[in-house]
Write a protein that binds this ligand. Structure first.
Ligand code: HEC
Length: 478
């Protein structure tokens, strides 16, 4: 490795502007030396410690004084260089998710698979003795950087009334993603050389997440039971988060688990033109029955699954905020929704009743948004048409009016895994964290080297509409 590369890594380990720290490197001077030592042993040490663990945190002194006995978040980044054996294919790959009600068994089995070995260690991937799970590198970078208590990245805003009629304030969402060994193998292919990532690792036919890939994500909010009744008996993690979405000052807040998402690279979804199965769960603390700590994750109730966008269904319908009941579109063939209102709190779902979670926008859907994942991210995560329509007297969108626009139709077609959304870009194979990680890496690299890349100019001058910000603007609220 050239000296120049080592210097780059050293600079990287002590990013200016964001507080990156590892207690280990503060205490252990030999470890700290590894950043400047060019010897082979130092190189060996780097192999498993290439990427910063998080981007934003209180000082080490405050942490040890105020949170004695607690540990900071550690990125699980020993991505496997070998493809896992077939024996590691998850057991639920024999449940036919597209037959009758069996999707529910599939969703429950995915949940069990994700929870195995996790509940007892409070979802610390480094301590799971049953199964290897990894985290995405580079989420520590930028304004939405991960925080150091639990590695939660700043994700999206929740509009007033999005969750319940009592939810009169805006809130925010922070999240952490977990990648199983099949997904970890692809991350190794992409990030093996930490300063020369290979974006083609997620593009077909050579690249793309292999069959067997399972990715899940825990989503936390600063809303609590006072505005969202089903967040009673919460699963709480501390987060070093911004006071409000639009604020940049960070404070330590209790964050409540509200949603869990998954995506599975399942070969039985190939026939539908996608290759992926998405699914989500909503927290319902009313079902708690005495559970404590991380066992409360079992209060996550399946909302539904989705393996395609149902391009043939043009029902122009949204369930406006606040959702009072879950409205199921019986014509959808590639979305399944849980009809049991005794378990599942009312859901707004996505456009035409396609799958979407409580904190997601009701004019989008899981798969339409994730199909845009590419590098550079030319496609908007939500097209502008999702914000043009008829609003009620409270300023809440009740119907979209531009759903014949080509961009909108494209957004609801089915895209095959590993295919870029725009032909000029490289596919991130439905992973929006991959897209962000690459984007953050190149931002850092261009700042560090003070240069420019031609692909910076490929980015269309188009804002990424994500979450609720457009709704809030319309409502004239912050
Ligand atoms: C409007 C866009 C949008 C919608 C709708 C959306 N997501 Fe995402 N999702 C993102 C973004 C952006 C990320 C990456 C940043 C993050 O994790 O917060 C992400 C991350 C994820 C991840 C982590 C894996 C990865 O690398 O992308 C999973 C799993 C996931 N979403 C599943 C879902 C599911 C299931 C739904 C529907 C219930 C859904 N998403 C709806 C934008 C969206």
């Amino acid at each position: 490795m050239s000296i120049q590369k080592w210097i780059l890594i050293a600079v990287w380990a002590i990013f200016g502007g964001t507080v990156v720290f590892s207690l280990k490197s503060c205490i252990d001077s030999t470890e700290a030396q590894a950043t400047t030592d060019h010897s082979t042993s130092a190189a060996a040490r780097f192999v498993n410690n290439k990427f910063p663990d998080f981007g934003q945190m209180i000082s080490p002194k405050d942490f040890s004084e105020q949170y004695p006995g607690e540990e900071v978040f550690k990125l699980k980044q020993d991505y496997p260089l070998d493809m896992p054996p077939d024996s590691e294919i998850p057991p639920f790959f024999d449940i036919p998710f597209d037959e009758g009600d069996q999707w529910m068994d599939y969703a429950k089995a995915v949940r069990d698979y994700c929870f195995e070995g996790m509940i007892e260690v409070d979802f610390d991937a480094n301590k799971n003795e049953k199964r290897q799970w990894y985290h995405m590198p580079w989420m520590h970078w930028g304004d939405q950087a991960t925080e150091g208590f639990n590695g939660l990245a700043k994700e999206a805003q929740i509009s007033p009334l999005q969750l319940t009629p009592e939810q009169t304030d805006a809130h925010q969402v922070y999240a952490l993603g977990f990648y199983n060994s099949f997904a970890g193998y692809t991350l190794a292919q992409m990030w093996q050389d930490p300063i020369n990532p290979n974006p083609a690792a997620t593009q077909a036919p050579e690249g793309g997440f292999p069959v067997g890939t399972v990715i899940f994500k825990l989503l936390f909010t600063d809303a609590d039971e006072s505005q969202v009744d089903y967040l009673t008996n919460p699963f709480v993690w501390n987060g070093y988060v911004t006071r409000t979405w639009s604020d940049s000052v960070r404070v330590v807040k209790p964050m409540q688990l509200i949603q869990m998402d998954f995506m599975v690279r399942d070969p039985r979804a190939d026939q539908y033109g996608t290759g992926w199965v998405f699914g989500t769960y909503c927290y319902n603390g009313k079902l708690n029955e005495g559970k404590t700590g991380a066992a409360r994750a079992e209060n996550l109730v399946p909302v539904g699954i989705q393996w395609g966008n149902d391009p043939q269904d043009t029902t122009n319908f949204i369930n406006p905020y606040p959702p009072l009941r879950t409205i199921i579109n019986p014509n959808l063939q590639q979305t399944r929704i849980n009809p049991d209102s005794t378990q599942l709190p009312p859901q707004h779902l996505g456009w035409g009743g396609r799958l979407d979670g409580p904190v997601d926008l009701n004019t989008a859907s899981c798969m339409s948004c994730h199909a845009t994942a590419e590098f550079p991210q030319i496609g908007a995560l939500v097209p502008a048409e999702a914000f043009i329509g008829i609003k009620n007297k409270n300023g809440v969108m009740v119907k979209l009016t531009e759903t014949d626009a080509p961009e909108w139709k494209k957004y609801y077609t089915n895209l095959r895994c590993g295919t870029p959304y725009d032909s000029e870009a490289t596919s991130c194979d439905f992973s929006l964290q991959v897209s962000l990680a690459l984007e953050y890496f190149y931002q850092w690299k261009s700042q560090d080297e003070a240069g420019q890349w031609y692909h910076d100019f490929l980015q269309a001058d188009r804002p990424i509409h994500r979450g609720a910000s457009e709704h809030l603007k319309a409502l004239n609220m912050k």
